[in-house]
Every structure is written in structure tokens, then in C-alpha cells.
Design a protein around this ligand. Sequence first.
Ligand code: G3P
Length: 209
Amino acid sequence: MAILVDSADTDEVRRALELGFVAGVTTNPTLIAKVKRPGLEVLDDLLRMTEGPVFYQVTAETLSGREAQAREAAAKAPGRVVIKIPATTENLALAARLGREGIRCAITAVSSAAQAYTAAMAGADYAIPYVNRLTRQLGDGIAVVRDCAAVVRNSQTKILAASLKTPEEVVAAILAGAEDVTLPLDVLLAMGEHELSHRAIADFAASLR
Ligand code: G3P
């Protein structure tokens, strides 16, 4: 069970890690493009900032290119870099190969329980469904999470829910069986807030006056 921060922005990641309950960092090519820095340089920085896992996605167009990227990134901190590999049959085979060598892999952009089950059979550490995107594209991302969690239940593969936009969506994903979640900073900060808690704090303060 873990909360991760989904960002490649070192200021945001620092703020998230300072909370003390954020276990690691996930990135993706879009998040890295946003900070306009080379991906491996960002990875180096993030590895220095946390002792937890840092997820890094391979992007090369060819399988051999993705394999080389995976090896280069994983070598930066063996056991702590988790290689994100988008779900395709070819990439699942790559994850199986890398996993046998001890490289941790996460199958990402998982859009069906079939892919999650295959990720488990490939020995991936994580299967990552993009919950909000799936809701927008298929109608019910939480149902996909529920099915994914059910099919990997007897494996070592964890469901890491991503693309989560509100605390309510985070809770729905966890109730559906996601073991870990990765959140952008704004959702992370919203998790611990509730209007009624602030009202209770104000009432206590008033009773002391
Ligand atoms: O990191 C992957 C995931 O969180 C993407 O989210 O907001 O682009 O659908 P989003």
C-alpha cells in the first residue's frame, strides 16, 4: 500500500516528499516534456531526492531501443528504478525478459483486465490503469480497476492506479482493489482536507476564546 507522486517537476516532488507519507515518484514522457529537461537527468535528480522507487518510462520506437533505454535507466539505481512499459504484447515480452534479469517493470496504460493478467504472467511488479482517462474513453475506469485487481489477486503484480483527479476517485480506485496510487501534487494535497474538518477546527478554536 503506497501513495506516490506523479510528477517530473523537482519542486513539486520535493513538496510531496516533505509530507513524509509519499513513498516514491512516477513520471511519464508528458510530465518530463513539461519540465523541458532530458529524461535521464530528471531521473538522476529524483533518485537523489527519495530513497523510494522512481518510475521511468521507455519511449523508443523500436523494441531494441526500448530495451536499451530500460537497461540504461535501471542501471542508475538497480532495484529502485521501475521501468514503465506501455501495454502491448511485444512490450509484455520485454517486461518478462527484463524481469528475469531482476529489472523491476510496470506495465502502464493498462486498459483491460486481459492486459493486467498478462502483466502478472510476465512477472511485472505493477500494472497501471489510467483511471480517469479510461472513464472518459470507456465510461467506467473504476470497473477496469476492479477487474484488473481481481485477475492479478494471486500474483506478485500490484495494481497502481494512475490518472486520478479527485480524492473521491482515489478512494473509489482503492475500494476497487488498487493497492497503490500515484497522484499529482494538487490531488495529493487535497487528500487530507475536508471542509467539515476545518469547520470542526474553527469550532474548537471558538470554544477556547
Ligand atoms: O502518469 C500517468 C497518468 O497519471 C496519466 O494521467 O492525467 O495524463 O490521464 P493523465
